[in-house]
Design a protein around this ligand. Structure first.
Ligand code: NDP
Length: 703
């Protein structure tokens, strides 16, 4: 800080249920507005007892989250997303100081809110309204069915310590927080110092909403060095940043000896590969060039997913370079994001700018030739609309390099974390695969091609070295979410140099915060533990037809067993005529008998399922509101005319919805013939009222 500057406010931490002021305001590392160099805030680490922070998460946070089911947590995420949507303009305003344009702010802020919405929705659709997660199908481990196995997941008992990068202070925080929260694990967030003021603003908005339970989210503003000393086997660390910091964390005693789980997402030399079929001027070529320029300029190229290596057929390098140059000249206006018309802002800090320029010089020394842009201080648009250099800002113009030798080690090693990419030529598809994989493991690659064979060749070659691959062609060019945007539904992470970690990917990320345990025991014990009925566990037909029971009285194991129904040839013929399903196995005795699976004409599978419904249903209005599907339907034994069917339907899983007056009931259905052979098995999915006035007004039906 210079003598004339006003001391900046030192950022607060939100720990132990309260905002904590650092002991001496105005002290610490000064972080500056990326465009103007004005001080924004100071970041100091003193005065925080990280052991107490971790302890608070493990006790208060764990207790509060443990009291909630997956669905209750998911609903809180949805409410939080709605709340942040209402205040996002305030966050955009703060975000301007990071150098990002409004579009960049949307990637960060709306992207983060989108992750909350997605987990709020997936948590209720894909997880049970329970505390424990059943993982995979039941396993039978004894001939008589008295002993079985089931994998389950329970939440880890510590904190999720999240160390974030400077480039996405909001998204980076929320994409780690949402799955941890859904799992029931409290988060301690440590933002990168240079943009910690935006993370602090977002946490202020979260805390003031009052939506989150105590201890669910703590914010540590400051370097937090040594945080690993306080962690052990109960805790998880999710890190995003440089490979060198990840290496420091990975060899810490906490990870090596005390069993802390570490997930790292580090730098990555992502590739975009232009298929050998793509000619200049084609829609794929245009989409490819647009993607390269977008990835160079969004967030001024400060994205772990940005395209760094542009791998194209050797004879099309000139065309690609020309098209990129032309698009940048036409579309990119570098400047203070507060000025109208600016499409690319500043890097996050002057230090980062120096780092990028240094990396470009190294790329040049390693064989690269700058073919678009240069390293001179760029003329930029200032906030007041004037143009000129801004030496106190962190501006770098887009730079495209070209490597005559595509194997030059520098281009596969040096990540210039800014608006920088390099063009490499390949001679055939195997060569393209080889070059892409020289990145040593990457987060994402784009393959641009309209030829399925080219796509297959490239994708199967590079997929083992990449966490995500986007196939770009004329049909998805407009609808694609883009090369550089991780989506919460799909995994984000990559092997090798990319850190070897995995984040997002829907409920997969929730599972990262849970321990998988193989349970063994009787069907009764496993049903009791998992809340999911399995064959061999007790069931009861003696307490009235289960369709007469609301969720308030229905119990897992409540069952109905039907009387017999004979299937006749007339039934089969009628069903064939009525539905139009006259497949020969149901209509032609001779042709059916020639089929290796059937003794002769057999009943339609759907006829059997329909008969089963007719056998188990209790028809009068009642708590069962709707049948919304079947799962895992298997036809096991053919049914011939004269066979007799019975069905047993057992309540297997009961999931009340938090915000409705009904819930889901999953029923186990087993259809048998007169020899007690299983004819079909499946699960029936119904919506059932939580309470109903009718349930006491009617006598239980006969089973
Ligand atoms: P760092 O690895 O230095 O920092 C990332 C985070 O780790 C920050 O929160 C930082 O805190 C923290 N940190 C750094 N050292 C330690 C430590 N010893 N113990 C605990 N925490 C630590 O990366 P940078 O943000 O400086 O970026 C450097 C490079 O990393 C970029 O140029 C780029 O190559 C790559 N990067 C990759 C990203 C990705 O998403 N994969 C994102 C951003 C950067 P503090 O800020 O307080 O020092």
């Amino acid at each position: 800080m210079t003598a004339t500057e006003t001391p900046a406010r030192t950022l607060d931490s939100y720990v132990l249920g309260a905002w904590q002021r650092p002991p001496s305001d105005g002290e610490g590392q000064v972080v500056r507005d990326a465009s103007t160099g004005e001080p924004v805030a100071a970041v100091a680490g003193q005065g925080l007892d990280l052991g107490a922070v971790v302890g608070y998460g493990r006790t208060v946070g764990q207790d509060a989250l443990g009291a909630l089911t997956f669905h209750q947590r998911a609903l809180l995420l949805k409410r939080l997303a709605q709340h942040l949507t209402g205040v996002k303009e305030d966050l955009y305003e703060v975000s301007l100081r990071t150098g990002g344009t409004r579009r960049d702010a949307m990637v960060d802020i709306d992207g983060g809110i989108g992750v909350l919405f997605t987990y709020g929705s997936k948590g209720r659709r894909e997880l049970p309204n329970a505390h424990l997660l059943v993982d995979g199908p039941p396993e039978s481990l004894s001939r008589d069915g008295s002993f079985g196995g089931q994998h389950v997941r329970t939440r880890r008992q510590g904190v999720a310590f999240q160390v974030n990068a400077f480039n996405f202070p909001v998204w980076g925080m929320l994409e780690k927080f949402a799955p941890a929260f859904l799992a029931g694990v409290p988060s301690v967030v440590k933002p990168a110092s240079s943009t910690a003021y935006l993370a602090e603003a977002a946490v202020r908005a979260i805390v003031s909403s009052g939506i989150l339970p105590d201890g669910a989210l703590q914010l540590v503003s400051g370097p937090a060095r040594g945080f690993l000393d306080h962690l052990d086997v109960r805790d998880t660390v999710s890190f995003t940043g440089s490979a060198s910091t990840a290496r420091v964390l990975a060899v810490d005693d906490a990870v090596i000896r005390r069993g802390v789980v570490l997930t790292a997402e580090t730098d990555s030399l992502n590739a975009a590969v232009l298929g050998s079929d793509v000619e200049p001027g084609s829609p794929e070529f245009t989409a490819f060039v647009a993607s390269v320029v977008t990835e160079m300029t969004v967030k001024a190229g400060q994205k772990c997913t940005a395209i760094r290596r542009v791998i194209v057929p050797a004879d099309r390098q000139d065309a690609v370079v020309d098209a990129v140059r032309e698009r940048i000249a036409r579309r990119v206006v570098v400047g203070d994001p507060r000025a109208d018309g600016v499409t690319m802002g500043a890097l996050a800090s002057v230090a980062q700018k120096e780092e990028v320029l240094r990396s470009v010089r190294e790329l040049v020394a390693g064989g690269g030739q700058v073919v678009v842009g240069d390293l001179a201080e760029p003329e930029v648009v200032h906030a007041d609309g004037s143009r000129g250099p801004a030496p106190d800002g962190a501006f770098v113009a887009p730079v495209l390099l070209r490597f005559a030798d595509p194997d030059a080690p520098a281009v596969h090693d040096i990540e210039a974390f800014g608006p920088v990419a390099s063009v490499l030529g390949y001679c055939d598809l195997d060569d393209a695969v080889r070059l892409a994989n020289l990145g040593g493991g990457s987060l994402v690659a784009t393959v641009a091609s309209a030829d399925p064979d080219v796509v297959r060749h490239l994708v199967t070659g590079i997929a083992p070295m990449h966490g995500r691959v986007l196939v770009l062609d004329r049909d998805d060019a407009k609808s694609s979410t883009g090369h550089g945007s991780p989506v919460p539904h799909l995994v984000h992470g990559g092997p090798g140099r990319a850190g070897g970690g995995e984040e997002l990917g829907g409920v997969r990320a929730v599972e990262h915060y849970m321990q998988r345990t193989a349970l063994q025991g009787t069907p009764a014990a496993l049903t009791g533990l998992t809340g999911r009925w399995r064959a061999g566990a007790p069931s009861s037909t003696g307490t009235g037809h289960p369709f007469r029971k609301s969720l308030a009285v229905l119990r897992i194991g409540d069952a109905v067993e039907s009387g017999p129904r004979e299937v006749t040839l007339d039934d089969i013929a009628h069903f064939a005529d009525f539905t139009g399903d006259t497949f020969y196995a149901h209509t032609d005795e001779e042709a059916a008998a020639a089929n290796p699976f059937f003794p002769g004409r057999v009943a339609h599978g759907y006829l059997l399922v329909s008969f089963a419904a007719g056998l188990f249903v209790d028809p009068a209005p009642g708590p069962v509101l709707a049948n919304y599907g079947l799962e895992n339907l298997r036809f096991l034994t053919p049914v011939v005319p004269g066979d007799t069917l019975r069905v047993r339907l057992t309540a297997a899983q009961i999931t009340p919805r938090e915000d409705e007056d009904y819930g889901e009931v999953r029923w186990d259905a087993v259809l048998t013939n007169q020899r007690d052979e299983q004819v079909a098995t499946y699960e029936v999915l119904t919506l059932v009222a939580k309470e109903t006035v009718r349930e006491t007004a009617r006598e239980p039906a006969e089973n």
